[in-house]
Design a protein around this ligand. Sequence first.
Ligand code: AR6
Length: 183
Amino acid sequence: MRVTINQQTLELRQGDVAQQDVKAIVNAANRRLAGGGGVDGAIHRQGGEAIMKETSQRYPAGCPTGSAVISTAGDLPADYVIHAVAPVWSGGKRGEPELLAGAYRRCLELAVEHHCPSIAFPSLGTGAYRYPIDLASRIAIKTVFDFLTEHARPGLVCFVLFDADSYGAFSAALEEAAGQKRG
Ligand code: AR6
């Protein structure tokens, strides 16, 4: 599924974010950038040691929740990995929506700052961090939708969803957002 926003493309794909042939892919990281399972495990396993080597040198203090940092992509098809830290879901009253939106926004800013014409995101926060997919997908879509409306770049933004349920939630959120824009 794909829509055009401000002459740019927002696309949903199913698969492994690590294997996407785009300029930057986004990692679902933790604050210590310590490595883990899920998306993080796939990226470090397939990208090799260069990624962790660079992040531990450049970002010894890690990355705050709701933000992101950028590194090499090692052996992956992409040139950059942007490591984003989503909030751990704890009911929704601890600033989780703002933090999740902030993480997506910072990734888009970093992609633009590094002249990336394309970026691929996983669904941040909805695995080990337990953010409910119906809520998280709406925040993800709205944040990207608004960014593309307000900026002329990056050009192509993909969400790469790992399973059918996540794909379904993102499709519904995208239809809702596109419908609202059409009025
Ligand atoms: N490509 C795309 N999506 C994937 C992939 C993949 N290769 N693998 C899993 N997913 P998670 P979080 C989906 O747990 O919730 C890590 O250990 C997965 O089904 O990767 O932000 C870090 O080190 C889910 O829908 O990220 C942190 O400690 C979504 O991606 C913590 O987990 C996110 O799942 C971050 O947790």
